[in-house]
Design a protein around this ligand. Structure first.
Ligand code: B12
Ligand SMILES: Nc1nc2c(ncn2[C@@H]2O[C@H](COP(=O)(O)OP(=O)(O)OP(=O)(O)O)[C@@H](O)[C@H]2O)c(=O)[nH]1
Ligand SMILES: [Mg+2]
Length: 385
């Protein structure tokens, strides 16, 4: 089976018109396309960095507030400058982009503009026809390391999709069956974040990244973030839209769809993780999809430390007995501690975890608040030697 087409979509800086792109994203996903959605009000620079790291075949821009000629062309220019001239740029903006504008844009490297009245089916067909083929080269000579790494991650991911093999990865030195324990030499520390959908995993990781970048001026961080594939279709890879601090040259972020695998990760996660751990990052952070009670996503020492992020509102105390990760996680974070139930949650979870006798830590955080002391503490715990 051919690997899904991956595209990145976004709305330019100073533009909040995201309704069109949301509709288009959903249509793409329904037709097997994986969409990395960056959100609205985005700089050209962030779009280009994301497109390269995510190794998408094309960037789709939806623009309504004017400045589209300059903006689209700037994205094309920056892609070329960074050696990624095979990532196409397309998009639309209803009646705000004229046919004259389109001619200028196409002359300057934009692939295609869609005008008002085009059906969603025509746009889906265009993406399948035009961007159906994988990139031919792994980056021009002298292409940045980010791009070469991104393309190798695609090879790994698509190897699983195309061959449906268990372990197809070429050129990746696999760890022993002990996982991370066989790979300690690299000095990279790997943290795994899991927990129910919407508990605040991405927001928390983004705040953690902010602290790591500030505390350690030379640190480089990789993030491997998972979102679910729609059954038999594509996926909306939306974690990047929540990541603000992680839009940084020292952060390499890759979004992965689960592509039919249950349990929170993708079939290719372990191999991708191995590659990242060999690529000179100080930290690699994995975010699973929103998981359920029975999930145990980080088995056989895949990561150095596991963090379970909980909502304060998990039902009654009885529910806590059923969450397997409460026995396995090194750190349990009760996020959204600004909510009323947080105190009760802290005490119930504290007692539940005490029974394990493993010295697991329980922390309260408010990830969406800047300079939250709970997140500082989490950062301390994760980085302590
Ligand atoms: C809906 C809308 C809003 C909503 C936005 C809701 C949202 N969350 O998106 C609200 C009411 C909030 C809004 C606000 C504003 N809006 Co407004 N808005 C519109 C409106 C009516 C429709 C745009 C739309 O979503 N169309 C639906 C899409 C699906 O269809 P389409 O536009 O025809 O696009 C086709 C193709 O181009 C293609 N396409 C579009 N994008 C992409 C991307 C990709 C990748 C692909 C493949 C294809 C594609 O898909 C469609 C296929 O048929 C337009 C007017 C209009 N009729 O176009 C004004 C319009 C865009 N808005 C306008 C303005 C001025 C504003 C405000 C500044 C108003 C104000 N003074 O406050 C604010 C700014 C908001 C902001 N933060 O940026 C102006 C822009 C003028 C300009 N650029 O010269 C317009 C043109 C209205 C006008 N005639 O004055 N707006
Ligand atoms: N009240 C409150 N809201 C928060 C807090 N942290 C995150 N949120 C909000 O919770 C919502 C979900 O946050 P995400 O970080 O996307 O959650 P997630 O666990 O990564 O979600 P999935 O990846 O979809 O499973 C967002 O609207 C955040 O702004 C917090 O501490 N308090
Ligand atoms: Mg998330």
């Amino acid at each position: 089976m051919a690997a899904p087409i991956r595209v990145l979509t976004a709305v330019p800086i100073c533009d909040g018109h995201d309704s069109a792109i949301n509709t288009i994203n959903l249509e793409f996903i329904r037709h097997g396309i994986e969409v990395v959605y960056l959100g609205y009000h985005r700089y050209a620079e962030d779009i280009v960095r994301a497109a390269i790291q995510e190794d998408v075949r094309a960037v789709g821009i939806s623009s309504y507030n004017g400045g589209h000629v300059e903006f689209f062309v700037e994205v094309v220019k920056q892609l070329r400058k960074r050696g990624a001239d095979d990532i196409a740029v397309f998009g639309g903006g209803g009646g705000t982009i004229t046919h004259d504008d389109q001619r200028v844009m196409q002359k300057r490297g934009v692939d295609k503009i869609f005008f008002a009245g085009t059906s969603l089916t025509d746009m889906v067909d265009f993406v399948h026809e035009r961007y159906g083929k994988a990139h031919k080269h792994s980056g021009r000579r002298g292409a940045p390391a980010d791009m070469q790494l991104a393309r190798r991650l695609t090879e790994i991911e698509d190897g699983y999709a195309e061959k449906k093999k268990k372990r197809p990865t070429p050129n990746v030195q696999r760890s022993t069956s002990k996982g991370r324990k066989g790979n300690k030499k690299s000095g990279t520390r790997v943290f795994g974040f899991t927990g129910p959908g919407g508990a605040g995993k991405t927001t928390l990781i983004d705040e953690l990244v902010l602290r790591l970048l500030k505390r350690e001026p030379k640190t480089r961080i990789a993030i491997l973030s998972h979102d679910p594939s729609v059954v038999g279709a594509g996926a909306l890879l939306g974690d990047r839209a929540t990541m603000i601090n992680s839009q940084d040259e020292r952060v390499f972020m890759r979004s992965m769809a689960t592509r039919g695998q249950a349990g929170g990760l993708s079939p290719a996660t372990e191999d991708c993780l191995q590659l990242l751990a060999q690529s000179g990052f100080n930290y690699v952070i994995i975010e699973t999809v929103g998981t359920g009670q029975e999930a145990m996503p980080f088995q056989s020492g895949l990561v150095d430390k596991t963090v379970l992020v909980m909502n304060p509102d998990y039902g009654a105390r009885l529910q806590l007995q059923k969450i397997v990760m409460l026995d396995l996680a090194d750190i349990i974070v009760v996020n959204k501690s600004d909510q009323d139930r947080a105190r009760t949650a802290m005490s119930e979870i504290g007692r539940r975890v005490e029974q394990n006798g493993r010295g697991q830590r329980v922390l309260a955080t408010v990830a969406k608040r800047h300079r939250d002391a709970g997140v500082d503490k989490l950062c301390d715990l994760l980085t302590e030697k």
